[in-house]
Design a protein. Structure first.
Length: 134
């Protein structure tokens, strides 16, 4: 999976449009990969988590919003993105979900992912990515 044009490194923090969050003096970044552009009502969301600690569990939540920010209190849906145990410094996560056809058919929407380390000490999120259900 290529990441060209998606990320810019700024002062040690992976920044995508609005940037990322840093906690506990660790840089933990989440990069949205797909879907970007047209998708189906059963998309597979894919993202990469960078600077993880091998052996640690990472849990994700996917947020969708027909507005401009899936991380505000007015998001449309939240989906369990699963838990993965890191085996290296990066993990690739994906989750297929079923979108409600009444809410999403012929609609643009934004999506993003929040990731938390198993011990709860580190949390980060993607910036939102745009998708469309024709």
């Amino acid at each position: 999976l290529g990441l060209s044009g998606l990320a810019v490194i700024v002062s040690g923090c992976l920044a995508l449009n609005t940037g990322c969050e840093e906690e506990d003096d660790e840089v933990h970044s989440v990069v949205p990969i797909s879907p970007i552009g047209a998708t189906s009502l059963r998309p597979t969301f894919t993202w990469k988590v960078i600077n993880v600690e091998a052996g640690e569990n990472y849990t994700a939540m996917i947020y969708t919003d027909k507005g401009s920010n899936p991380f505000d209190s007015g998001y449309e849906d939240a989906f369990d993105g699963g838990t993965v145990t890191a085996t290296g410094s990066e993990i690739l996560m994906e989750k297929s979900v079923q979108l409600n056809s009444v809410r999403y058919k012929h609609q643009d929407f934004q999506w993003g992912v929040k990731v938390m380390r198993g011990d709860g000490t580190m949390q980060s999120r993607t910036t939102s990515a745009s998708a469309y259900v024709p």
